[in-house]
Design a protein around this ligand. Structure first.
Ligand code: ADP
Length: 388
């Protein structure tokens, strides 16, 4: 990265993560959690931002730009975008598709623009990386007119992480990313899989919203759409009740009462059958997607685990990929159990190299903005900032 000072803000519904970069060197980082929760000293996002601004002396830093993670960019935002009032309106219009995420992202943007109105603010979208999905992967088998009217299609998420991890894996393999086929499994509180061909996303498990696909901490992932009809007709639940249930009370939590994978695995070790079933459902779903995405890609060079569970749970990695040797996929128990955070976990000589690669979304955002601010692109950025 060139030496450009960039402040990156990742505003979630109850937390704010930030990182300050000078070129590729992180100068400061931090996280304010439990915003607005009972007993928390931080009442709202504004208080969180003010505290961060004071700690970092944000007003007087020689910043070149502020970067913002935005979860849903819909069909319009395919690249990092300098924020102006039109962009803000568009992100607001996408709130129905990301009700947990886009409002917090917007709040961060508006507060930070007030703190530093003198520099460009750039939105980097989780959906952009999936703009390359082929129509056959992006389209639901659904009424064409309704799909067009409401923008109903697969968008996909975690794109900032997928893009970073794919490039990092290519570096580790010492091959150009555009020659490689890989499956990346981003397993955090939210979880999704992507099939990446030559550096481009060709299939991904999250859809219109971040609810579809893999089992998550509290979200259902894939579920028969008719479950909602049963709940409404027989259980008398409203649309909002079902939405809240699918988002907050399902996934690992619905299966065993705990949404933290560390606790689930401790309970499995103690012989708890509900935790065992939760882990089995979680890993079975991953295995099913690995098989499907292998078929989508044809040839597979690498399979990569990232985010909290992907980086830290040897049990989940081993169970998800067990028995796949006929597909050229295997995990070496010793490599899987321990080693550097970034490492190969497959045995030497297996056709598909399995990796753990820690994700770094804030660094990825800073890198995207540095590219956007490169001298050739800078004139355009300055002129659109002036317009805003
Ligand atoms: P987010 O999606 O909120 O960024 P993270 O990527 O931090 O989430 O992932 C959070 C998940 O990672 C939690 O389910 C947590 O239990 C899990 N996790 C963190 N460390 C471990 C570990 N050592 N073993 C198993 N799971 C872990």
């Amino acid at each position: 990265m060139a030496r450009v000072m960039i402040f990156v803000l990742n505003c979630g519904s109850s937390s704010v993560k930030y990182r300050l970069f000078d070129g590729s060197s992180p100068l400061a980082s931090g996280k304010v959690e439990r915003i607005g929760e009972a007993g928390s000293p931080i009442a709202d996002h504004e208080a969180a931002l003010e505290q961060i601004a004071r700690d970092l002396r944000l007003a007087s830093l020689p910043l070149e730009a502020v970067g913002h993670r935005v979860v849903h960019g819909g069909a319009r935002f395919r690249t990092p975008t300098v924020i102006d009032s039109d962009v803000i309106d568009e992100i607001r219009a996408l709130i129905p598709l990301a009700p947990l995420h886009n409002p917090a992202n917007l709040e961060g943007i508006e507060l930070a623009r007030r703190l530093r109105p003198d520099v460009p603010h750039v939105a980097v979208f989780d959906t952009s990386f999936h703009a390359t999905l082929p129509a056959a992967a992006a389209t639901y088998a659904f009424d064409r007119g309704l799909a067009a009217r409401y923008g109903i299609r697969r968008y996909g998420f975690h794109g900032i992480s997928f893009s970073y991890v794919a490039r990092r894996t290519a570096t580790l393999l010492d091959r150009p990313v555009d020659e490689l086929n890989m499956i990346v499994l981003h397993l955090g509180n939210g979880a999704s899989a992507a099939a990446i061909q030559g550096g481009r996303s060709v299939e991904t498990s999250m859809g219109l919203t971040p609810l579809e696909g893999l089992v998550m901490g509290t979200r259902t992932g894939d579920i028969d759409p008719a479950v909602a009809f049963v709940l409404a007709r027989q259980g008398g639940l409203s649309v909002d009740d079902i939405d809240a249930l699918y988002q907050h009370e399902c996934g690992l939590r619905g299966l065993c009462g705990d949404n933290d994978m560390r606790t689930v695995i401790q309970r499995v070790s103690a012989g708890d059958p509900h935790a065992q079933l939760a882990l089995d459902v979680y890993c079975h779903r991953i295995r099913k997607y690995v098989g499907a995405y292998h078929a989508v890609l044809g040839r597979l060079d690498a399979i990569v685990f990232t985010a909290g569970i992907g980086e830290n749970s040897a049990d989940v990695r081993a169970q998800s990929l067990s028995g796949l040797l006929p597909m050229g996929i295997a995990v070496d128990p010793a490599r899987n159990a321990a080693g550097r955070p970034e490492r190969v976990i497959s045995p030497d000589g297996t056709p598909v190299t399995a990796y753990v690669v820690p994700t770094d979304e804030e660094r990825a955002i800073a890198e995207e903005i540095t590219t956007l601010l490169a001298p050739s692109a800078r004139r355009q950025v300055v002129s659109s900032t002036e317009k805003a």
